[in-house]
Design a protein around this ligand. Sequence first.
Ligand code: ZN
Length: 211
Amino acid sequence: MVKKFTFSPFYENTYVISDNSDECVIIDPGCLSQVEKEKLASYIIDNNLKPKALLQTHTHLDHVFGSAFSKRKFNIKMYIHQADLPVLSDVEMRCKQWGIPGYEPVTADEFLEDGSVFRFGNTALHVVHVPGHAPGHVAFINKEERYIIGGDCLFKGSIGRTDFPLCSHEDLIHSIEKHFFTLPDDYVVYAGHMDETTIGQEKLTNPFFNL
Ligand SMILES: [Zn+2]
């Protein structure tokens, strides 16, 4: 099951994925205030879920506000793609620049490899490297339940911004065409911001593509 929270002034989507084993993973914890952090933790504790890992689609500031908290609270490791290391190490400085108080710096523990499979409980998440919005951006595909946790690549009617450092518009378009639009139309896209959509709907209506 995919549980979505929308946190912080950035309206970032945080996901907790669990299955009938009661194991779960936390993806992109963007909880910034204490109230938001407690909301995430309460959901996990109240449902008797056992967190196995903290996974990051990428490490822009709005996706890692609650990463240090999640690691500490549940004693889990943080997984990122290695190419996002310079993004993660920049977060503290960017929070100062933007005037965002309350960020607790965090370090990654493990690296996610393109083409690998991350397993917990009865769930298999296929990891694909989808650079563009961030150099070490990955997406997680659940073939059993037919969805992709896509981060900030493909949005309902839009795509991720590429006007930040280390972004590439060409790479983003290529990543979406190669790893999103090759999925079947009924796959649900759980994005890093805004509502979920489907591959079929975006192929038909997304203004950034002319398929
Ligand atoms: Zn981002």
